[in-house]
Design a protein around this ligand. Structure first.
Ligand code: FES
Length: 362
């Protein structure tokens, strides 16, 4: 039988001043709570992905994890009602004189409820088959009263070209048709708190970003992203999506896991006024950081410049300018060419990312 070791963790009056705190008992982090003079001591590592319970907050007798809000009873360690079987270890304690002592060995084991794996929590290996082309339109409009979008029209021309002239399967995602929450900045609490699948996807079964993750990460070989220029930048929906893709980039930071393998991105940027280089530059930087490849000349764009405020002429020009639509088709051809090369010789490609934070990678 193991020796029963107790650790003196401090002065009772001092410790009872804080309703919740994280302390060390030996090498174990403990969430020590004190409510109305009554102590509780449970393991500080949350059952979800090890969030620090001792740095959370109290909701009655439940400790709320500071990362994604799971709750555990501050004395028993059991999950909130309905999830009692999901429990973290609890520790015995005693008061001797004015000192609080906590027993080193926990009284209960950690017990994790078997959760169905999230559908996105799977291997990213490519399914066999011909090249697959995904279009993502980021323009914002009222779905019930649609208008002509120059960026989306060029994207549609490229996808039609893929179907009609290359006999390839295509899919189109219009971000405005998806309902999804903005990134809530879990990464800002801790890199470990930004999970794959995204914590919001885990909490929200109807998360609209599921379509983006599923098609971008698992399905597509070529992804064309189209945006209008809004105040010199890509659309607000583009950035809303990009922030939610932090979950993909963070896998590289945390685990050296590049989820987008042998995938090619091309960009379509249109606007009544200019700033094309900055918009395309930002998009290339972002998708480059996700691990995507680019063809030679990875974007096409159209703008009539700062003084052109007559938007209806801009729309007419894109509608009837065959060259612009040919340019969109040529962009698709370049992306396909690049994707073909990647498919035929991926073993020749190595992912070497200088400056990679590889502390927890291989
Ligand atoms: S809720 Fe605790 S780590 Fe996610």
């Amino acid at each position: 039988m193991k020796e029963e070791r107790w650790h003196d963790v401090g002065d009772v009056a001092e410790l009872s001043k804080k309703p919740l705190q994280q302390i060390l008992v030996g090498r174990t982090r403990i969430a020590l709570s004190c409510v109305g003079g009554s102590f509780g001591a449970i393991h500080s590592a949350c059952n979800h992905v090890n969030g620090p319970l001792g740095q959370g907050s109290l909701d009655g007798d439940y400790i709320v994890c500071p990362w994604h809000n799971w709750k555990f009873h501050r004395i028993s360690g059991e999950g909130e009602p309905g999830f009692e079987a999901d429990r973290v270890p609890r520790f015995e304690f005693k008061v001797e004189g004015d000192r609080l002592l906590i027993r080193e060995m926990p009284t209960t084991d950690r017990q994790k409820l078997a959760h169905e794996p999230h559908p996105l929590d799977r291997d990213t290996r490519r399914e066999p088959g011909a090249l697959r082309v995904l279009g993502i339109s980021t323009t914002v409009m009222d779905n019930n009263n649609p208008r002509y979008s120059t960026s989306e029209a060029l994207l549609e021309s490229a996808l039609e070209h893929a179907r009609m002239n290359h006999s390839l399967e295509t899919r189109m995602i219009k971000l405005r048709e998806l309902s999804f929450r903005a990134c809530e900045g879990y990464y800002s609490k801790s890199a470990q708190a930004c999970t794959w699948p995204c914590s919001i996807s885990q909490m929200e079964p109807t998360d609209g970003m599921h379509a983006v993750y599923e098609n971008l990460v698992f399905w597509a070989d070529v992804v064309l992203i189209a945006t209008p220029i809004r105040w010199g930048a890509a659309s607000s929906l583009y950035f809303k999506m990009a922030e939610r893709l932090n979950t993909v980039q963070n896998q590289i930071t945390l685990k050296n896991r590049v989820m987008l393998k042998n995938k090619v991105a091309g960009f379509i940027v249109t606007g009544g006024q200019d700033n094309i280089q900055a918009v395309a530059g930002q998009m290339m930087l972002f998708f480059g950081e996700l691990g995507m490849y680019f063809p030679q000349f990875p974007f096409i764009a159209h703008s009539r410049g700062w003084t052109a405020e007559d938007m209806e002429r801009n729309v007419e020009m894109v509608k009837h300018n065959k060259k612009l639509h040919d340019d969109a088709r040529a962009l698709l051809d370049r992306c396909l060419d690049m994707a073909q090369r990647l498919q035929s010789g991926p073993e020749n490609l190595r992912t070497i990312r200088s400056g990679l934070n590889n502390a927890q990678g291989e």
